[in-house]
Design a protein around this ligand. Structure first.
Ligand SMILES: Cc1ncc(COP(=O)(O)O)c(C=O)c1O
Length: 421
């Protein structure tokens, strides 16, 4: 914090732009932490918020139900092959905690009490609570809490930038997973991000990698939990990323873009087989003792329903794929900058790795945090950027126009050139 003397005070959204109290405008290159879809003032969503607020804003799902929550659950199940039931929460971390608790209790409910361990890939990220830090352990973020975290099996998994033979590395990783799953009979579930590891460094999976892991899980009777909090609803070019990855999870979590980034909401979906294992008479205590105050929040569900209708009505996913092609083309220009060591891109996500030496792949470093340096310079070009360590993230709102995307790309090029001159 000592590096930051002040922050732009955002008072208004105008389409894809954030406007501060001094009237400065910044194009949102981060989709307000990877969740904004339509920009910040989408008429249909604001209308939904206004009209729902006149009916009821929040009613709980404890002993009650509400039409918005039910409609959304049906919709989520209908777009998520293999899924049957939905558990709502209000952020991605809790959606993952719920997935973990469901996995452990599922095994207990069917009489396998020893299955309590989670296996995962190194550098996955699933949130900032203790359970999610234990499973998605990014050393740079969570090193200080290591002693407080529970034990998990972390399969070595390097970022693609550091690997020379990708094919060989990926089959080695699959072998390592198979080896762990075959010898440890206490593994409740294998957990991974769907499509790509994002916070752990924009590591995009090779074709079939995720589906091959799913098959290994099935073979060894281990549940397969997918985290689609950052990739679900089109970030990588598919509405449901696990269908593009040809994989069949037992449990999947959504968040972020579910409400187009307007209200906090997340959801954990399970198969019928898992759901059924929680049924029984009351004294059998098979039910899940888990409930958040704002679970199934009526307003957030109404917004999510409106959001998903807009996806359909506007054909957003095919538009995203067109915009993504343009993004890919523009990213070529970044190779002209010496400090760019690698560019990883899929759909509407790009990570531009800044290095001080391209051949040796040495990450760039400044006297201040790279995020601060990039943020300050980007502001001068009227764009809002954030980095993950030495990686400049481009995660624009999905519906951004080509013209505004060009503005973002031009500003990012100038930013990187200026700070690395
Ligand atoms: C893949 C993934 N899982 C979980 C989370 C946690 O979500 P939240 O920040 O809403 O708790 C994030 C957040 O960035 C994420 O990227």
């Amino acid at each position: 914090m000592s590096e930051w003397d002040s922050f732009p005070d955002i008072v208004r959204g105008d389409g894809f732009w954030l406007v501060d109290s001094r009237g400065n405008r910044y194009l949102d290159g981060v989709a307000s932490m990877w969740c904004n879809v339509w920009g910040h003032s989408k008429r249909e969503i604001i209308t939904t918020i206004n009209s729902q607020s006149k009916k009821i804003i929040h009613s709980s799902l404890f002993n009650l139900t509400n039409n918005q929550a039910e409609t959304l659950a049906k919709k989520l199940v209908s777009i998520s092959p293999g899924m049957n039931r939905v558990f709502y929460s209000d952020n991605g971390s809790t959606a993952m905690e719920i997935a973990f608790k469901i996995a452990i209790q599922h095994w207990q409910n069917i009489g396998q009490k020893n299955k309590t361990m989670f296996a995962t890939l190194q550098n996955g990220y699933h949130g900032d609570t203790f359970g999610t830090m234990s499973v998605g352990f990014v050393p740079a973020f969570f090193g200080k809490f290591k002693k407080n975290l529970y034990k998990t099996i972390q399969i070595p998994f390097e970022n693609s930038y550091k690997i020379s033979n990708h094919k060989e590395y990926h089959s080695q990783t699959l072998e390592r997973i198979e080896n762990q799953l075959s010898k440890n009979h206490n593994i409740a579930a294998f957990v991974m991000e769907s499509g790509a590891q994002i916070a752990g460094g924009v590591n995009i999976y090779r074709d079939n990698f995720q589906s091959d892991i799913g098959k290994i899980c099935k073979k060894h009777g281990v549940l397969f939990i997918l985290d689609e909090i950052a990739t679900g609803f089109g970030r990588l070019g598919s509405l449901v990323e696990y269908t593009a990855q040809k994989s069949k999870p037992d449990i999947v979590s959504y968040g972020k873009m579910l409400t187009a980034g307007y209200l906090p909401m997340a959801a954990t979906l399970v198969t019928k087989k898992i759901y059924d294992s929680f049924l029984g008479n009351y004294h059998a205590m098979k039910h899940l003792y888990h409930g958040h105050t704002f679970t199934g929040n009526t307003m957030a569900c109404a917004v999510a329903n409106q959001n998903l209708q807009l996806y359909q009505k506007t054909g957003l996913i095919s538009k995203v794929n067109k915009t993504a092609k343009h993004l890919e083309k523009r990213l070529e220009e970044f190779w002209n900058i010496n400090a760019v060591g690698d560019i990883r891109h899929k759909g509407m996500l790009a990570g531009i790795e800044l290095v001080s030496n391209r051949t040796k792949k040495i990450p760039i470093s400044f006297s201040k945090s790279t995020n601060k340096i990039v943020f300050d310079e980007a502001k001068k070009h009227k764009i809002y950027l954030r980095t993950l360590g030495n990686i400049v993230m481009l995660v624009p709102p999905l519906a951004i126009s080509q013209k505004e995307l060009d503005f973002l790309m031009d500003g990012t090029i100038k930013t990187i050139k200026n700070i690395t001159k």
